[in-house]
Design a protein around this ligand. Structure first.
Ligand code: ZN
Ligand code: ZN
Length: 187
């Protein structure tokens, strides 16, 4: 009995690749260059690709005996917050993708689980799960505005960059201050 995917893919979805124009002859190649809007929640807690931002797909689809190998890069902007000083972080990432998608009823289809190797459904490839995995692997779990960000002074919350080198809060405790006053009057 042929395996049916519970939900069929929308060929017009931004991250769905159409393989119908790719000959099923190992070695056949197609390039796929397109700018698509980023899906929601693409990233990790402190840093992510804003929803709807331009994702630049520069991909190569190659026929192999068991399916289609998708490789290339996806470039997009990321925004987040420095884990030490909370300053905004804004840069662009290049994510490398290399993923095999098996033809239905190929040996790979029969011998692997769907979460190990992607599947081609109705000649379409859903790139989104692989993209999500790749982005999460690329983004830092602890983003910093710069490698050596010194963070904030824990006492006053001002960035160490904006404080003088001798900045400190080691003032005399008011109780000790009054005690030293007392000592002085006794003298
Ligand atoms: Zn910082
Ligand atoms: Zn301070």
């Amino acid at each position: 009995m042929p395996k049916r995917s519970p939900s069929s893919l929308n060929p017009r979805a931004p991250l769905v690749l159409d393989t119908r124009d790719l000959p099923r002859r190992p070695g056949a190649l197609r390039t796929h260059r397109r700018v698509v809007p980023a899906p929601a929640d693409l990233g990790v807690e402190l840093i992510s690709v804003p929803e709807g931002a331009d994702l630049d797909l520069d991909l190569r689809l190659e026929s192999v005996s068991e399916g289609v190998l998708v490789s290339g890069t996806i470039t997009g902007p990321v925004q987040g917050e420095c884990g030490r000083c909370l300053r905004a972080i804004d840069y662009s990432v290049v994510v490398n993708v290399q993923e095999l998608y098996a033809y239905p009823d190929s040996t790979t289809d029969d011998t692997t689980e769907e979460d190990e190797v992607g599947r081609i459904q109705d000649d379409l490839i859903d790139l989104e799960p692989a993209l999500r995995d790749a982005v999460v692997l690329t983004l830092p779990t602890n983003p910093l505005c710069r490698e050596d960000c010194p963070g904030l002074c824990p006492e006053c919350g001002v960035h160490w960059d904006d404080l003088p080198a001798d900045h400190s809060h080691q003032e005399i405790d008011p109780r000790w201050a009054s005690l030293s006053q007392l000592n002085r009057t006794e003298e």
